[in-house]
Design a protein around this ligand. Structure first.
Ligand code: F6P
Length: 331
């Protein structure tokens, strides 16, 4: 029995968004709130991620409080990477906040940092927590994709399409930097979708000589070349790669474009809204079924729960396959 005397494992759940925001987080918040009410649970929003648990920024959410947000990027609950929650004392204050508000379960929406925090919090205080993927990086285990990745990749692709228009009007070589400090998923997907000639990702060591080889081949018959560089590639960001290439290859005039945080904003795509809606329903129903310390992801079209410790190990590498496809199609 929980504090309200009902036999369900939870009666009043909290929802928060943590880490970098991602398009579709609002759709997930909406789904969590509405599913909670549908099942007769109370639900509160926690502002600014785990930080809101430390500072006691908690407010009850009703069904109409989440109207008109499914289409909006960012997160109405705001987000943060909380320093205080990293300490034992911070997490103990967070637990006191939960108790003060009568919260007996949490849904946390974010990426690997969010789930690492959740895992420690559960082990210390036994709070049941279910996670929802919310990161443009698509770098989590236990899921084929994450909320925000489709939107971010579409945004990046659209911008690269525009760059191609101008690049091919001037015989130019463009280095386009996309987000991804430790993962090249955005770079790889956007690269294939926008017909890039070369993609540089942190997971795979590809040196400047390999890039020069591709550029020399392209110089024979291409009016423009696009190289996508993930921000975390070991050769450096797009400016650094462009500088290294310029020293050895001068066939094209070169330009650099860093797409930056535009990739994180904007209205979520259908795919992200749908994934967020499905994840929200599954997360709340998971808590109701007694699940804890797990994230709900999508695997082969089905909602699947995986333990946080597996999720934070990261996605299975898919780059080799995609690299090969890019090599074939960019000749
Ligand atoms: O995790 C999402 C992400 O956008 C990464 O792709 C990027 O490296 C990082 O966040 C940027 O973080 P910040 O918004 O703190 O600059």
């Amino acid at each position: 029995m929980n504090s309200t005397g009902s036999s369900a494992p939870v009666s009043h759940i909290g929802v928060l968004t943590s880490g970098g925001d991602a398009p579709g987080m609002n759709a997930a918040i909406r789904a969590v709130v509405r599913t909670a009410h549908y099942h007769g649970l109370m639900v509160s929003g926690i502002l600014e991620g785990y930080e809101g648990l430390v500072t006691d920024s908690v407010k009850k959410l009703h069904v109409r409080d989440v109207s008109n947000i499914i289409q909006r990027g960012g997160t109405v609950l705001r987000s943060a990477r909380s320093e205080s929650f990293r300490s034992v004392e911070g997490r103990s204050i967070a637990k006191q906040t939960l108790d003060r508000h009568g919260l007996d379960g949490l849904v946390v929406i974010g990426g690997d940092g969010t789930f690492r925090g959740a895992s420690i919090f559960t082990s210390e205080h036994g709070v049941p927590i279910v996670g929802i993927t919310g990161t443009i990086d698509n770098d989590l285990g236990g899921t084929d994709t994450t909320i925000g990745f489709d939107t971010a990749t579409n945004t990046a692709m659209e911008l690269v399409d525009r760059i191609r228009d101008t690049a091919s009007s001037h015989d130019r070589l463009f280095f386009v930097e996309v987000m991804g400090r430790t993962t090249g998923a955005i770079a790889m997907h956007c690269g294939i979708a926008a017909g890039a000639e070369f993609v540089m990702v942190p997971e795979k060591k590809q040196g400047i000589p390999e890039l020069i080889h591709v550029l020399e081949r392209a110089a024979k018959n291409k009016s423009s070349v696009i190289v996508i560089v993930a921000e975390g590639d070991e050769e450096g960001g797009a400016y650094e790669v462009a500088r290294k290439v310029k020293e050895r290859f001068e066939h094209y005039e070169t330009r650099v474009s860093v797409l930056g945080h535009v990739q994180r904003g904007g209205n979520p795509t259908v795919a992200d809204r749908l994934l967020a809606s499905r994840s929200g329903v599954a997360a709340v129903e998971g808590l109701l079924a007694g699940r804890a310390n797990e994230m709900v992801g999508i695997v082969n079209g089905k909602m699947v729960f995986s333990p946080f410790e597996l999720v934070v190990q990261g996605a299975k590498p898919k780059e080799e396959d995609l690299m090969r496809i890019l090599r074939i199609l960019s000749i």
